[in-house]
Ligand binder design. Structure first.
Ligand code: ZN
Ligand code: ZN
Ligand code: FE
Length: 749
């Protein structure tokens, strides 16, 4: 019996070789019909004998080649058409209601690497080799559906050989949109510093890897080279050359913030940092993030790469160009994102020449349409995202448990991301950084526009932070003035973000321990060391750190001595207990208007680090003092200072007094501080009585704090969940806001 069926497939099915796979399968099952990309994913119509159709439907989900992934599919019976002789891949259908099913930027696959190393292959040493299984995606796409004319590859006309591969369903490059070769594709070239015009790429027939060779010469000589990659530029130096690293620090105006290092292979990574199984897997995964792991004492890199830090960030080459770079003399390169301080990563050739402090620039002419930073994951008892970007976006999160509402979440002000929630799917955009400069704001505007357009999302409400003065809130008021604005308390958003990524249903609740630097509370004070009980639609604050003055407001977040002084005064201890005591800070602390009250956990870490003498005078980046404190803490020490609970407040005066009266060495005191803080919060959360505890907030990247919290809560027999797909920090705020907004809208109807 002959039948015709339509199968609609959604998931990660565009730009990942899915249609060629369907084509082969259809031929094997002797089916006729067609397959095409459409706005929702992939649509297949097949006609043939019932048994063959059944087999086809059965094999489809089972044999789907990585990285493609079917999330859902639906089959409808159709009237038999007849007359078709074959199976075909037809042009994409535009319009409809597209869902983002575009793949993240991928690594370079084994087959491509083998070809690149083969002198007889026409893509020998070609830095832009790719196929349907690998290569750039997200960063080159200008429009959906994903087809070559809607990518930045459209300006490269395929040569006859590439054309043949592109059109041959049995070729690995069949419909690989970025397909290219040295004849017809992008090329790279080296440009000297001081030149503002990138000039034309080299002509045909030149060695495609020669410019990389030149760049390597510069790197070997200790120079700084700006290198254009997949999502933007890196600034590179030889990671084993102390002078070169010091020079990069000077040029980048960055004296201490750790640099990430790209190493040739996992073996070298394993000699630099201690990798557990999960960390090894992450490092070698398709997303190829920067993995932060504890360094070995004899790691062999320049000390300046991450001065005084416990961890080093390593990643593996993830583009063919990177493989060529690291394939020769140098096996470890500092690869720090190429940007001006605080600004988004540079992705444009002219911009790079003008703005990046390098001795030479390795450019290429494949345009990056959407800049995207490297993702960062911290390895520990479990991996925790620090930054979610390249390799992960625009992968969506399941949100079937939330009300079917269309909302936009805009985040807070630091580590901003944009989230859309629509049709049961949540898309959390790339890490955009801090919105404290016009370039970052411009990137934010563009991101909002692009995410709404790609996702065909028409928001019925916009979710923002409670704080009226944030750039994101002001933007929403200006651009979406006609829409309802839902203001979500910062720590409530943290809680909701974790709930939604774990699929917790609206209506059920949890107790959240949310620890971070700051967010405006509903009482007008600064919150940051919070225990909240609630769900998406609402919450109550069941406990928090005892509020203390934050002398000088924002300045105290940069200068740890201010909080140390404030806590010293609160605890009624004398100035003689702290070498960094500054009477000016004490004076400011007494002026309420200059020193808002804060229950921030981040600021307690700052204070403790300063009191133990491990904090910098001025923090170069968020969390620097806390990272130093964590690094010195003895990880095997299990004692804890007491952090008493009085009327739902954790009394930090006792904690600080104990810290200063303890005569043990710094490692022990730092450990007891971590343990005490964790025990206090765990006790508070357990007292609130819930069968589910949620951990969130930027402090959860702290391994010691995190591990102890999990231990305490699990030991009490209570289930604890934490962020797995999103960062615990402010990168998840937009997701939490969107979830809260959807539930708030639903309740209101
Ligand atoms: Zn490949
Ligand atoms: Zn070609
Ligand atoms: Fe936060």
């Amino acid at each position: 019996m002959v039948e015709r069926r339509r199968i609609q497939v959604q998931g990660l099915v565009q730009g990942v070789g899915f249609r060629p796979f369907v084509y082969r399968l259809a031929l094997e099952q002797e089916l006729r019909g067609w397959v095409r990309n459409d706005g929702r994913g992939v649509c297949i119509e097949v006609e043939g004998r019932s048994a063959d159709l059944d087999a086809f439907e059965c094999r489809l989900p089972e044999e789907v080649p990585s990285p493609a992934r079917i999330e859902r599919s639906r089959t409808d019976g159709l009237v038999v058409a007849g007359g078709e002789r074959q199976f075909a891949i037809v042009e994409s259908a535009r319009g409809g209601m597209p869902r983002i099913s575009l793949a993240p930027d991928g690594y370079v696959c084994r087959e491509c690497l083998a070809e690149m190393a083969d002198p007889r292959d026409r893509r020998y040493r070609y830095p832009f080799i790719n196929c349907t299984r690998c290569g750039p995606r997200f960063s080159i796409v200008e429009e959906l559906p994903y087809d070559r004319p809607s990518t930045t590859m459209k300006r490269f006309a395929l040569c006859t050989e590439c054309e043949r591969e592109y059109a041959d369903p049995f070729d690995r490059r069949y419909h690989a949109q970025p397909v290219a070769c040295p004849r017809c594709g992008p090329r790279c070239w080296l440009v000297e510093a001081g030149t503002l015009d990138p000039g034309p790429p080299p002509g045909e027939g030149t060695d495609p890897a020669a410019p990389i060779q030149q760049a390597l010469g510069r790197l070997a000589a200790g120079q700084v080279v700006a290198i254009k990659g997949i999502g933007g530029f890196h600034l590179a130096v030889d990671a084993r050359n102390e002078t070169a690293v010091a020079r990069l620090r000077k040029l980048k105006l960055r004296s201490r913030k750790p640099f990430a290092v790209m190493v040739r292979d996992p073996g070298i990574a394993g000699r630099i940092v201690r990798l557990n199984h999960a960390a090894e897997e992450l490092l070698g995964s398709a997303a190829a993030p920067i993995v932060l792991a504890p360094r070995w004492p004899d790691h062999g890199l320049a000390e300046g790469v991450a001065p005084g830090m416990e961890d080093l960030g390593v990643m593996l080459p993830y583009s063919p160009l990177h493989h060529l770079l690291l394939g020769e003399d140098l096996d470890a390169l500092v690869m720090t994102s190429g940007n001006r301080p605080c600004e988004p990563i540079t992705a444009d050739n002219r911009d790079a020449l003008e703005r990046l402090p390098a001795d030479a620039h390795l450019l290429h002419d494949r345009e990056i349409h959407v800049a995207c930073d490297d993702s960062v994951v911290r390895a520990g008892s479990v991996p925790i995202f620090v930054r979610r970007a390249r390799g992960y976006v625009p992968r969506s999160l399941e949100a079937d448990h939330l009300p079917r509402r269309n909302v936009l979440g805009l985040g807070a002000e630091l580590k901003v991301t944009v989230t859309t929630l629509s049709r049961g799917e949540m898309v959390v955009g790339r890490h955009l950084g801090d919105l404290d400069n016009t370039r970052a704001e411009a990137a934010f505007y563009a991101e909002v526009e692009r995410m709404l357009r790609f996702g065909r999302v028409e928001p019925e409400a916009v979710a923002v932070d409670l704080h009226p003065d944030l750039a994101t809130t002001r933007f929403a008021e200006k651009i979406f003035s006609g829409l309802p604005m839902i203001r979500v308390q910062h720590h409530h958003a943290h809680l909701a973000a974790v709930l939604t990524e774990h699929g917790v249903e609206p209506g059920s609740g949890a107790v959240g321990i949310v620890l971070d630097g700051m967010g405006l509370g509903v009482d007008g004070t600064i919150w940051g060391g919070e225990v909240l009980r609630g769900g998406y639609a609402g919450f109550e604050r069941v406990g928090h750190l005892r509020p203390v003055p934050q002398p000088g407001g924002d300045r105290a977040a940069r200068e740890p001595a201010r909080m140390a002084t404030s806590l010293l005064l609160e605890a009624g201890l004398g100035a003689d207990r702290y070498a960094g005591y500054d009477p000016r800070f004490a004076e400011v602390a007494s002026i309420r208007s200059a020193s808002p009250l804060t229950s921030s956990a981040g600021r307690i870490f700052d204070a403790a680090a300063a009191l133990l003498g491990v904090a910098p005078r001025e923090q170069e980046y968020e969390g620097e003092a806390a990272a130093s404190l964590e690094a010195v803490a003895d990880s095997h020490h299990t004692d804890a200072y007491e952090l008493p609970i009085a009327e739902n407040e954790l009394d930090t005066r006792a904690l600080i007094t104990a810290l200063l009266e303890d005569r043990s060495d710094v490692a022990v005191r730092a450990a007891r501080f971590h343990n005490g803080l964790a025990d206090g919060f765990a006790a508070l959360a357990l007292e609130a009585g819930s069968d589910l505890v949620v951990l969130g907030g930027g402090c959860m990247v702290n391994r010691r704090l995190f591990r102890r919290l999990v231990e305490r809560i699990e030991n009490a027999g209570v289930r604890v969940i934490w962020p797995r797909q999103l960062p615990p920090g402010d990168g998840a705020i937009s997701a939490g806001q969107a979830a809260v907004a959807a539930c708030t809208l639903e309740e209101g109807t």
